[in-house]
Ligand binder design. Structure first.
Ligand SMILES: C[S@@+](CC[C@H](N)C(=O)[O-])C[C@H]1O[C@@H](n2cnc3c(N)ncnc32)[C@H](O)[C@@H]1O
Length: 256
């Protein structure tokens, strides 16, 4: 096997910031020298580390992430912690736009008594989320936002969590190539101002929330005031919370 120090040097030269950590992870994941060489080559060509390894670390869990599926970001751990703060045992929880199912997996692991549902419109994400959530008792549905859920959940959802796409279309070209080239456009593109999917979520949410239920949506600091306005326009009372440590921003809304 090529020594990790030589791999780290190659990764560093290719622009990987955490080259030593990545070299260690790739070395322990590869079963043969050829496999290691192929993995390093893919990383040097710009594939996200998580797509090469097949998993991402999220909220202390190892979450499977298939090629093309959105890689869960550290900042989204803040969305998880905010949802856990309002999640009582036995709550009905929906992870909307679930991607790999990382958010739902973290919520379910921390509060195993919740009844967890997850949805995504992308069949690759749905397949990946099913693998991550089935052992935790989560049920995953494919389809457009809340329309994918069983109708029997209308008016009964206690906590509705969404890390929906919120990158303005024009900003996608400024994203790192790892995201721009290797994650589905559908997972990133939030329309002209980034709020198109959030608007649809906020408009549909009140019909699905239980009395006193919560909608939590990840956004950016720059977009937070607009996300709050979208909540208010749909009868939800919003507040914004931010974590400097994780650079995470979440708008939390309560219904009637
Ligand atoms: C930013 S990714 C977040 C994934 C996951 N929640 C996470 O934090 O790792 C957004 C996800 O929304 C999904 N998506 C986009 N439009 C959707 C729609 N209309 N209905 C359901 N899911 C949608 C994408 O397929 C993608 O998996």
């Amino acid at each position: 096997m090529t020594p990790p120090s030589a791999i780290a040097a190659r990764l560093r030269a290719a622009g990987c910031v955490f080259a030593e950590d990545e070299a260690r992870l790739l070395t322990s994941a590869a079963r043969t020298p050829d496999e290691l060489a192929a993995m390093v080559e893919r990383r040097v060509r710009g594939l996200p580390l998580e797509h090469i390894l097949g998993w991402a670390e999220f909220y202390g869990l190892r979450v499977q992430v298939d090629p093309g599926v959105f890689v869960p970001r550290r900042r989204t751990e803040f969305l998880v912690s905010q949802a856990l703060a309002v999640c009582r045992p036995g709550a009905i929880v929906v992870d909307l736009c679930c991607g790999s199912g990382a958010v739902g997996a973290a919520l379910s692991s921390a509060t195993p008594t919740i009844e967890l549902y997850a949805t995504d419109i992308d069949s690759a994400a749905v397949e990946c989320a099913r693998r991550n959530l089935s052992a935790l008792g989560g049920r995953v549905f494919e389809g457009d936002l809340l329309d994918a859920l069983p109708a029997a959940l209308r008016g009964r959802v206690d906590v509705l969590v969404a890390n929906a796409p919120y990158v303005p279309t024009g900003a996608i070209e400024r994203m790192p190539p790892e995201a721009r080239l290797h994650e589905a456009r559908l997972a990133l593109d939030g329309g002209a101002d980034g709020l198109d999917v959030q608007r649809r979520v906020a408009a549909a949410a009140p019909a699905w929330l239980a009395p006193g239920g919560y909608l939590l949506v990840e956004t950016s600091q720059a977009q937070a005031a607009h996300t709050m306005a979208v909540f208010a326009q749909n009868g939800l009372t919003p507040k914004v919370v931010h974590s400097d440590d994780l650079d995470g921003t979440v708008v939390i809304g309560t219904g009637g």
